[in-house]
Design a protein around this ligand. Sequence first.
Ligand code: CAA
Length: 393
Amino acid sequence: MEFTFTEDQLAVKEAARDFAQNELLPGVIDRDRDMIYPEAEVRKMAEMGFLGMMVSPDYGGGGMDTLSYVLAMEEISKVDASCSVIMSVNNSLACWGLEQFGNEEQKRKYLTPLASGECLGAFCLSEPEAGSDATSQRTTAEDKGDHYLLNGTKNWITNGGKSMIHLVMAQSHPDLQHRGINTLIVDKTWPGVTIGGKEDKLGIRASDTHSIMYSDVRVPKENRIGDDGFGFKFAMSTLDGGRIGIAAQALGIAAGAYELAVKYAKERTTFGHPIIQHQAISFKLADMATEIEAARLLVYRAAKLKDMGLDYSTAAAMAKLYASETAMKVTIEAVQIHGGYGYVKEYHVERLMRDAKITQIYEGTSEIQRLVISRSILKGQIYQPIPESMHHI
Ligand code: CAA
């Protein structure tokens, strides 16, 4: 399976690469160490159109395809995964869901500022006791006629402190279980919304992760996305695309660490030779390159399926599973190749290794991706002949 790119797609990749190398790289170590939110860098991403890439120009977006988006995610993640998760959540989880399922008024009011990057969005599904088991929502949205009364706590919310618009999943009809869940659009400034402290994390330390408490927040009925009880399906469909974004992030982290490892292995000499000439190192690099290429094909394939309007749920789960496992393995090996230098911040690979870990956890752990894939196998949705429309890929 081969991919050819249009000039536009290649231009996006190049712009993202230049931005990452010239503007993200210089301060990335300091931002990571001191948990500094990349304010100016996110503003620049907005100006460059990286925060609403796939949104229609009718709502201020870039009107690009998913493949362009993953190419940009990959390049930015090679350098700064904190910035790329901010970008991924805004594009895939906030903008995409609103554009796909929101009504015209909701899109005008909320999607337009999100797509331009004038403000950021957050996707509020996880709770202290509902992570992988996302149907067990404890947050409630009580139907009060013309509004919902929202109560509960959300955990580990990316863009939690900086976002102005929250998409919050909450239970309105507990007797209906997941079919009673609604997704509500909540403005951060409304009374009853409290943002918890910033999480002190292992990796992606500059990204903005918070708990958010909702206490008797009045949410107008017109801020519900879709029909009553559509909220869980909204979350699952949106996460299918989100997983492509995180898969691209993992791919970028792996590729970034690999590029650094190759460079170092050519420069560093031991026993009279550059270490790349030692088989112990060159075989590691061979494995790393092969696994990255396999991950890349899975990520591009999932993006392409989405762009072609075909089912991509399982493909996204496979891409995220494989790319995140690859990111973890490759970054560990990149540290090993760097030896003692790999263990200090200056050489970047220890940060990439810490950043890789979260890709196996958020937007569905590796175990959840295996669950999604295995259910597809049970349903006979895998190993069907490749659709004719894909033969040219
Ligand atoms: N698209 C549309 N609907 C879907 C779907 C999909 N991909 N997957 C499931 N559904 C529907 C099912 O059809 C079912 O609906 P009906 O009963 O009406 O038919 C309903 O959702 C429930 O599905 P299941 O019976 O499969 O539910 P389950 O509880 O057995 O499993 C799960 C669901 C797949 C495990 C799900 O809970 C899940 O994905 N968990 C992981 C949650 C997750 O990814 N969290 C990430 C948090 S967000 C984040 O990390 C963002 C960030 O900040 C970076």
